[in-house]
Design a protein around this ligand. Structure first.
Ligand code: PMP
Length: 322
């Protein structure tokens, strides 16, 4: 779908995937006006294909657009485009519990000029690819970066824009160098409070059965999985807190046993247990260090069950496409 100032959204079409032609001064290449979403289409138990909470992705996409001075795509158009993409590519939605069709809606500034100002022409596209499990080996190990932060107050941390990820690539490479699967970012002001991971939000489970996650203060991405986990956890009768959690506290609680589990959550990784947290001072195991604890396991079962149609969809989260 194209957008032009004064004309609005036009020229919606389904076309074979292929290269795009861009002018070398296309605004996105210089000022990074680009936003995206990540979603999944699943085969459900009843032989259908469903998408999880596309309205939530559509709304987050609108918020990202506002932050990046881009036009707001109506929710209906966003969902229709994703539906059409999935219908056209239904054969590419794989079978299997941990497989799905990853869907990537995105939008970028397309008009050609060199002044620093919001563009007036944009293209919205949907592409995708079949994917399997994100982490193959059970529990995830995370590296707490002391070198890099992801987003400062007033910045673009709450938007899903490409630039945020360009800035986190080196931090993710640093995590890999230390033998870890993911980077954990601390806040950019005090370098103390846990914010989120490279592409996931983070949750903590305590020995009293309560769970906590960092609050949405504008510097972390409001994950749709995060929101779903908060809802499911409350329904399971858990005490849920959205509150700042300092890295020194995390390490101390993990050592003392007050923290019994931690997990990462996001569209790509669903809910993945964190087995160990590593800093320059060394590695600290969480719980048994080997896999999902009881609370993480129950949340995961409920979330995946809803997505696959095994658990009643009491929130209207499952959007049937086929
Ligand atoms: N934080 C970041 C930085 C991410 O890239 C993602 C993935 N979109 C998430 C959190 C999790 O968000 P969601 O649950 O909507 O996939």
């Amino acid at each position: 779908i194209r957008y032009k100032e004064g004309k609005g959204w036009y020229d919606a079409q389904v076309m074979p995937r292929g290269p795009l032609t861009l002018d070398p001064s296309a605004a996105v290449l210089h000022y990074a006006q680009e936003i995206f979403e990540g979603m999944k289409a699943f085969r459900t138990n009843e032989d259908g294909i469903a998408i999880f909470r596309p309205e939530a992705n559509a709304r987050r996409f609108q918020k990202s657009a506002e932050r990046m001075a881009m036009p707001v795509l109506p929710e209906k158009l966003f969902i229709e485009a994703v539906d059409q993409f999935v219908k056209a590519d239904a054969d590419w939605v794989p079978e299997g519990e941990s497989s799905s069709l990853y869907i990537r809606p995105f939008m970028f500034a397309n008009d050609a000029f060199l002044g620093v100002k919001p563009a007036s022409e944009y293209i919205f596209l949907v592409i995708g690819a079949p994917v399997g499990a994100y982490f193959s080996n059970g529990a995830v190990t995370v590296w707490v970066s002391e070198t890099y932060t992801r987003a400062a107050p007033g910045g673009t941390g709450a938007a899903k824009c490409g630039g945020n990820y360009a800035g986190s690539l080196l931090a993710q490479a640093e995590a890999k160098e230390h033998g870890c699967d993911q980077v954990v970012f601390l806040d950019a002001v005090k370098h103390r409070f846990v914010e989120e991971m490279g592409g996931m939000n983070v949750f903590f489970v305590f020995e009293d059965g309560s769970i906590a996650t960092p609050p949405l203060t504008g510097t972390i991405l409001p994950g749709i999985t995060r929101d779903s986990v908060l809802t499911i956890a409350r329904e399971q009768g858990l005490t849920v807190r959205e509150e700042p959690y300092a890295i020194d506290q995390w390490l101390e609680d993990a050592k003392s046993g007050r923290l019994t589990e931690a997990f990462a959550c996001g569209t790509a990784a669903a809910i993945s247990p964190i087995g160990a947290v590593k800093t320059s001072a060394g590695e600290v195991k969480i719980g048994s260090g080997t896999g999902a604890g009881q609370v993480t396991g129950a949340l995961r079962t409920a979330l995946l069950g809803t997505q696959r149609g095994r658990v009643a969809d009491t929130h209207g989260w499952v959007h049937r496409v086929v």
